[in-house]
Structures are given as C-alpha cells and as structure tokens.
Ligand binder design. Sequence first.
Ligand code: NAD
Length: 421
Amino acid sequence: MPTTHEFDSPMYNEAVSQFSNVATLMGLDANIADRLKVPQKSTIVAFPFRHDTYSEVETIFGYRVQHLTTMGPTKGGIRFAPDVDLGEVAALAMWMTWKCSIVGVPFGGAKGGVRVNPMELSRAELQRVTRRYTMEIINVIGPETDIPAPDLGTNEQVMAWMMDTYSQHVGHSVPAVVTGKPPALGGSIARREATGRGLMFLLPQAAAARELDPAGITTAIHGFGNVGRYAAVAGEQMGAKVVAVSDISGAVYNPDGLNIAAATKWVDENRFLEGFPDADFIDGDKIFELPVEVLVPAAIQGVITADNADSIQAKIVIEGANNPTTLVADQMLRDRNVFIVPDILANAGGVTVSYFEWVQDVQKYFWTENETVGRLREIMIRAFNEVLSITEAEGVDMRTAALIKGIRRVADAKLVRGVFP
Ligand code: NAD
C-alpha cells in the first residue's frame, strides 16, 4: 500500500475512498488497485508573478498531476482558484481517468491548478500568470504526452496564451497541445458549449428513468460560468423550464421561467447576475432548496452536503461540477430516491469534444458543427445507457455503476500491459 500523505486533502481522500469502495465491490486485483490510488506523475512549481503595480512580485504555486499514462496521452483542465492545492488536483486527475474511460476516449486523466484568484487579476496579469505557469510545466505537457483544457477560472483566452507560449518555445504552431482554444486557433466548433450541452442531453434519459415528462421540467442551475450557462441554454432549447441560475454574487429565480438569453447578455455586460431584472435575487445557497424537479450543480465542489441534502426537493440531480456532492450527502439523496447522474458521466461532454478537437488538430481536418454535436450526443447517450444497464445488472447506484465502467477498462489495459521492467 503506497503512502499517499503527499496528496492528503479532503477531496483526494474522498476520491480514494470512492475508488476503494468500488474496487472492493468489483474484486479488483489488489496490485492494480494500489497502483491506481496514486497519480503517476505530479509536478509542483512555485514562480514569481509580477502584478500591474510593478514593484509587487508574488510567489505563486502551480500544479500539474498526471494520474494515468497507460491509455494514451493524459488530459485534463487547468483551474485557477485561490485555494487549489496538490490534493485537489490529484483527486480531479483521478476522476478524469474514470471520465475518459466511461466515454471511451483514449486518454488517461490529468489536472492542473494555479493558486490564484482570477477574479482579482487584470487581463495583463492573467496573461502573465498563464504564460509563466505554462513555461514552468512545459516539459510535462505536449500533444502526445499531456493536453490541458479550460476548467474553473480559465477559458478560451487562457488556452490561446498556453498554446502560444508552447508554440513559441518549440518554434512552430502546435494547436493540439491544448483543447478548448478559440476556433480561430484550431479550437473545435461547439467545444465551448460541450459540457453544458452534453449534460443536458442526459436530462430526457434521467427523466425517463424517474418517469417524469422532460417537457417543461423545472430546473435550477448552480453556477453560470462555462458549464452552467450552456446547460441553461441547452435546457431551454430542449424545452425544460429553467427557473433559477446562480453565480458567486447570488441567484436569480423566476418560477415562470428565466429568459436565459437575457441573463447571458446581462452577465456579459455586468459580469455578475446581481441586478438582473424580471427575477427575484436570492442568496446563492438558496438555489438548493427551490421547488424544482431537476437540480444541476455546475459551479464548485462540495456544495451538496449533509447540511442541505435533506432540503433538496429535486427528484433528479445532474452533476455539472466536479465533486459537488459529498459522500454523506450522496447517500442521503439516494435514501430519498433522488436520481443522481454523477459528475464523471454527466460532465464528460467537455472531454469528449476536447478529444474531437485534438483529433481534428492532429489530422488538420475540421468537422462541421452538426458532426461534432451529433457525435457528442451519441457518445453521451450511449455512455448513460451503458451505466444504467450496469446499475440493473449489479444492483448498484449510478455513481457506483459509472465508476465500475471507468475502472474496468483501465484495469483491463493495465493488466495486459504488465509491469515494466
Ligand atoms: P467557470 O469559472 O466558467 O464558472 C464557475 C461559475 O461558478 C461562475 O458562475 C462563478 O460565479 C461560480 N462560482 C465560483 N465560485 C463560486 C463560489 N464559491 N460559490 C458559488 N458560485 C461560485 O467554471 P466552469 O468551467 O463552468 O466549471 C464549473 C465546474 O464544472 C467545475 O467544477 C469544473 O471542474 C467543472 N467542469 C468544467 C468543464 C469545462 O469544460 N469547463 C468540464 C467538466 C467539468
């Protein structure tokens, strides 16, 4: 049993305990189970960051963790957040491994993080942090080794700066080194919307599993960034009634349904939801208690806890964020027969279209929007149905079934590759 104290943190311990429970249930080979508990490669960097006030130089921590190199290159987002640490990044890298495996894309999991609050940075500061962090990890990323993408606090522009920094370093353009880039640089059409749209493709499936009518189904979305915003747009397009969305400033609620295009425009112009007309402005946490049928946590981790799980009225929870539900809250929701589409399945649309982007960059042959969205839909629905059939065959819940599916493929690959030397 390897020592894992380097990664010790609530999120990592949760990821490992989730994995260990399922490994035991599956009767997973003990050597493989031990190996998969710890990431294969972890890079920690500390670098100077010059603020716009020229004399102010801060030391900043950055991380890149590659959980599994067995399946192909590693893949995973970069988050900029004020409290990110090695354990959090290691946990997210492990979940990326299962996620890639569930949707069948040929990557192992990775994740990156920079401990900085992006909301406090000017555009010039954000660019300097991004470029310096990219230089610090330049030897561990690459189109055939490890391919970053956006995550919490990062976006297409950050990916463009990462791609440019890497390309300047090697002396020629390498679009395939990151995904989630602007389309002008070889980014995939429909990558921006992919995570939110992908999870909403599963709404009719989840509704069917609970014998609910998806037309007009009332939905609340926690988070209105990349994932939450496009989940709201896709939900509205698919006929769901999105009654509440939230961001870090609070939540807006209209029981008759929000105008999502207007909310999106408001945030583009005013940065935050606060002040949005034609809706009540409520405390962000109150979104979890609203009388809705579907709840989509799509902001940060650890928001559905033992403290609020019993006040959730939704019959379906579709997890857009990574690890939004603590293990205890997960059990409490299941005890009340809430149907949970777990993060590693629900938000896998992001990595799926990132895979499409990488394939297009490598082949230098680009697909139409219809091809991209059609293939995303097919993969998401197939993965959902396969996970659902595991719940029936094994008598387990959706999260356990998704983990079984993810872990099984990785374990099979590890067994046939063997141990080197
Ligand atoms: P984002 O930075 O674009 O948006 C985050 C949203 O959460 C914003 O609306 C922000 O105001 C809100 N938020 C931030 N901190 C908050 C806090 N403390 N309390 C309440 N709200 C807060 O991030 P994103 O890319 O949409 O990612 C959201 C989640 O989805 C993360 O858990 C991320 O790991 C996960 N995810 C993202 C992708 C992707 O493609 N971007 C893919 C899979 C999973």
